[in-house]
Ligand binder design. Structure first.
Ligand code: ATP
Length: 452
């Protein structure tokens, strides 16, 4: 059963240290959240799973980690200065501000008034001053997407890796949008993280690759534990397409607050590389791009056989890390009624995403022999490099099991006095709650099997 409400997830996240409101002690800052001790592990695990599937499991994708502060010229040429806007309206009755396209029945969500101003474009990019003089003459944007930094590095990557088409560049990192109405917990925030692949293909093969990536991404989400019944595809109609897109398929997920975008898979054509290229007339750029006088780049690639220079088309699967974390938490959260009438909260995360992979628990708190044996076992399991293994010296086995169920730890290993005699331990499985006695030498293989 999925989470019943966003409130339940928010409460779990705070109680167990997944996600906190930022600067809470000062009243917070709207649209910003911090990932706590368990949240940072879950988030890193999700990013690693993406990186593994995009970079390590393919030989046609390279990684990149580019700067966040961006030369304004990049975002001017990319069209973001002019068109990266949301329609803003003011309510004349209560002075609140809203995104016109998010209103129901054109009424103010706060007071219900229909006395609203005409929508006007509001640019979502954050600006900041660069250098010591704050006179507005030297500023940079905080990138609104990781993609532009990938496009401006196109030539660097091609030249340093000798790639030929098709190939991709993957990047995970922060992006910033001054959202008019950040809301729904970490769903719509002003500082977010994205996992974006720019996959460069020969013009003409773009539609086929577009379909390929939509299917590939659906499969990946399902491997992260997102159930297929809660995913849907939305073929974005022309009038809603971003300025660079020929066609976009949004992967929608049934979040606790409704069906909304989890990831967008866009066919960005040759718009971006074309826009950042100087002598555009040398190439047959098909998209309508800005005439560029300030770049000195030739963001094209030479076909090895025909020797022709091509500005590739780009297929972009762009996923939000925060929305991904929210989706996997929502999928995994469950309050179960047990046979004895009691309840347990369990987070059935896919084990590769679990913040803690195994908890090693000595039966008696502070018993020197038990704690030392547990510390040795913890060290051994930690050394496997599978993620965090925790020594849980609380002395209350029942409580430890409940806590680890609630944070999604797939395996608890308990050491008792028999362990000191015959080196056997009790392993307890999070999902089935079954317990088994095995030799402690077998625990490594046991954990590896769970994480396969
Ligand atoms: P939306 O229509 O929901 O504002 P978008 O279409 O503007 O999203 P994209 O530009 O396609 O989003 O960005 C790619 C991905 O980045 C989105 O699918 C989403 O997962 C994530 N994302 C975008 N904006 C936000 C935000 N404000 N907070 C959290 N994640 C975001």
């Amino acid at each position: 059963m999925p989470a019943k409400s966003m409130e339940e997830l928010v409460a779990l996240c705070k109680r167990r240290g997944f996600i906190f409101q930022t600067n809470e002690i000062y009243g917070g800052l709207q649209g910003l959240f911090d990932y706590g001790p368990l949240g940072v592990e879950l988030k890193n695990n999700l990013k690693q799973a993406w990186w593994r599937s995009m970079v390590y499991e393919r030989d046609d994708v390279e990684g990149l980690d580019a700067a966040i502060l961006t030369n304004p010229e990049v975002l001017k040429q990319s069209g973001h200065e002019e068109t990266f806007t949301d329609p803003l309206v003011d309510c004349r009755s209560c002075n609140s501000r809203w995104r016109a396209d998010h209103l129901e029945k054109s009424a103010c969500p706060s007071c219900g008034s229909k006395d609203l101003t005409e929508p006007r474009p509001f640019n979502l990019m954050f600006k900041t001053n660069v250098g010591p003089i704050d006179d507005g003459s030297s500023f940079a944007y905080l990138r609104p997407e990781t993609a532009q930094q990938t496009f401006t590095n196109f030539k660097n990557v091609v030249d340093s890796t000798s790639k030929s088409l098709p190939f991709g560049i993957a990047q995970i990192g922060k992006a910033f949008r001054n959202e008019v109405t950040p809301r729904n917990f970490i769903f719509r925030v002003r500082e977010m993280e994205q996992m974006e692949l720019e996959f460069f293909v020969k013009p003409g093969t773009d539609e086929e690759w577009h379909q390929f990536w939509v299917k590939n991404r659906l499969k990946w989400w399902s491997k992260q534990g997102v159930s297929e019944e809660k995913l849907d595809l939305y073929d974005v109609p022309n009038k809603e397409l971003a300025h660079y897109s020929k066609s976009t398929i949004d992967i929608m997920y049934k979040f606790p607050h409704g069906l909304e975008e989890l990831e967008g898979v866009a066919n960005r054509t040759d718009f971006d590389l074309g826009s950042h290229t100087k002598n555009q007339s040398e190439f047959s750029i098909k998209a309508k791009v800005v005439k560029n006088s300030s770049s000195n780049a030739k963001l094209a690639i030479q076909d090895r056989e025909t020797k022709e220079w091509i500005v590739p088309y780009v297929i972009e699967p762009a996923a939000g890390v925060d929305r991904g974390v929210l989706a996997v938490l929502n999928e995994a959260y469950e309050v179960q009624e047990l046979e004895d009438g009691k309840e347990r909260t369990v987070l059935s995360l896919k084990p590769h995403l679990s913040p803690i992979k195994a908890a090693v628990i000595p039966l008696k708190k502070n018993n020197e022999d038990l704690v030392s044996a547990a510390a040795n076992l913890k060290g051994e399991l930690q050394g496997l490099g599978l993620g965090r293994v925790l020594l849980e010296n609380s002395g209350n086995i029942g409580k430890s099991y409940r806590r680890h169920d609630e944070v999604g730890t797939p395996l608890c290993i308990t050491l008792d006095f028999q362990t000191l005699e015959d080196q056997t331990v009790t392993v307890r499985n999070r999902d089935s709650m079954e317990q088994e006695r095995i030799h402690q030498k077998e625990t490594s293989a046991y954990l590896q099997e769970i994480l396969k």
